[in-house]
Design a protein around this ligand. Structure first.
Ligand code: NAP
Length: 453
């Protein structure tokens, strides 16, 4: 994704007041005028953070100092960028940043490489050991190692902030950890990946196939050249694990999430679903069954009347159902350089407050205290009756007419046929299909609030 250079309007007086409260802290007996920030990464998000910091919170825009980016770690300082890299701050040596006493907050925006040792993990461990406060947007890192890093930070008496790791600009981490304290979550349904939501929206509105919609997402900078992590649903699964830990105290791993991506969703399915009154979305869901937690990421038919059906293009949304306060809904920009940078900057300001108050964010404490599930088994999901979408040949659906209790709605478009079936368990559906010798059928789950798990 490419961040375009932005000329931001100057700070409002109230914004300056926010900056001022950051500036006055004591460190080793001297008055601290600046909060030193070390940026790990100057890509889409890192360069946007730098630009916003410089224009709205930087030394050059205020009468006295505020946030100051002291060093920036990159792989290749010479490569062309849409936002110019300040060469005097750039380094390829992480030690320059981690050993600089002027850097109090380390902001990790490298991403996940998949190489051992994982650079982001290695550098954050070193930063925490060195007593730096940490801000990160790295969902994979948090889903796999968040508990360990937050515990290390508690031991080192520093703070870890990670608002930008889930849903970009949406304050979902803060809302869950700080506001949703009294009610208990019963279920969560969310659109956590903007790339896949854009593709599905384009397939529906633009009447184009998956491959063309993916190319469009890439040409608009909404998908990486290698978009497999998004398309496969694994990006959403990592985010769901972070939310689950905060909401339920269970430190689930991405491998615990039943995950299906959208690459098999055909344009036919999107259009037939629309005709049946549904939109196809990649829905991440959390469901509590007693004390048992179920986590799923699947392409799902969402009724047009449901709030998630109205989430279009690259937007994200989270719907949380609770016992005491019914429903919480957050919707907005879930990705992109500047929206994500807004969440990162809010975290930097939070970390700057922690410098003088020695406080730690509640989200960090929740993640640190989440239950380790690496050694315990993960419970198998119990089968429940729910609705299913089924696409198959016309004569196969005709055969299902005799099963009046399962065939709820049907539609045909030319030679294409689809139906909503249920409530029935998945194995019950397979039995019905087998009984009618229906071999070639496409099925997808249907979100039907009471019954979708
Ligand atoms: N983009 C979004 O919309 C979005 C939204 C939410 C969260 N996030 C998260 O934010 C983080 C950053 O995303 P991004 O889109 O900004 O990534 P990006 O554009 O790929 O930028 C990565 C930056 O990290 C640097 N880098 C990577 N590995 C390095 C290493 N081993 N040593 C030194 N520098 C290294 C790169 O250096 P070079 O510039 O020299 O290549 C580049 O500046 C990721 O964790 C991502 O998941 C992104």
């Amino acid at each position: 994704m490419v961040a375009k250079r932005l000329h931001l309007p100057p700070l409002l007086p109230s914004d300056k007041a926010c900056g001022l409260s950051v500036r006055r802290g004591k460190t080793e007996g001297s008055t601290m005028n600046t909060v030193g920030v070390g940026l790990l990464g100057f890509g889409n998000v890192g360069s946007s953070v730098y630009e916003i910091t410089r224009q709205r919170f930087g030394v050059s825009t205020s009468d006295s100092s505020a946030l100051e980016v002291k060093k920036i770690l990159v792989r290749d300082p010479t490569r062309a960028r849409s936002i110019a890299l300040p060469r005097h701050l750039a380094t390829t040596d992480p030690a320059e940043l981690l050993t600089d006493p002027g850097v109090q907050i380390v902001v990790e925006l490298l991403g996940w490489s998949g190489h051992e040792p994982e650079p982001a993990l290695d550098l954050l461990r070193r930063a925490l050991k060195a007593g730096k406060h940490v801000v990160t947007a790295n969902k994979r890192l948090l889903a796999e190692h968040g508990r360990e890093l937050c515990r290390m930070a508690v031991d080192s008496r520093v703070s870890v902030w990670f608002e930008a790791s889930v849903c970009g600009a949406l304050p979902v981490i803060r809302t869950i950890s700080e506001s949703l304290v009294a009610p208990r979550v019963t279920s969560l349904h969310a659109i956590l990946n903007g790339t896949t939501n854009f593709i599905l929206t384009r397939m529906s509105r633009g009447k184009i196939g998956f491959d063309q919609a993916l190319c469009e997402a890439q040409s608009r900078g909404l998908a990486e050249a290698d978009a497999s992590w998004d398309i496969s649903g694994h990006d959403a699964a990592c985010k769901l694990c972070i939310l689950a830990a905060l909401l339920t105290g269970v430190g689930a791993r991405p491998s615990h999430v039943l995950t299906h991506g959208i690459s098999d969703v055909q344009a036919d399915d999107v259009h037939l679903a629309e005709a049946l009154g549904y939109s196809v979305k990649l829905v991440s869901s959390l469901h509590m069954e007693g004390e048992v937690l179920h986590l799923r990421v699947r392409p799902t038919l969402v009724p047009h009347t449901h709030i998630l059906a109205r989430v279009e293009d690259a937007a994200n949304a989270v719907v949380i159902n609770t016992d005491l306060a019914r429903q919480y809904v957050l919707m907005g920009e879930g990705a992109g350089g500047y929206p994500t940078a807004c969440a990162v900057i809010a975290d930097i300001i939070g970390a700057a407050h922690s410098l003088s108050s020695a406080s730690m964010p509640r989200a960090q404490m929740l993640l640190a205290q989440s239950r380790d599930t690496t050694t315990s088994g993960w419970p198998k999901a119990r089968e429940v009756e729910r609705l299913h979408y089924l696409r198959s040949a016309s004569h196969t659906l005709d055969a299902l007419r005799s099963e009046a209790h399962v065939l709820l709605k049907q539609v045909s478009r030319g030679q294409r046929f689809a139906a909503i079936i249920g409530p029935i368990t998945t194995s019950g559906l397979h039995d019905v299909l087998a009984a009618h010798s229906i071999k070639e059928a496409v099925s997808l789950p249907v979100l039907d609030d009471g019954r979708y798990v």
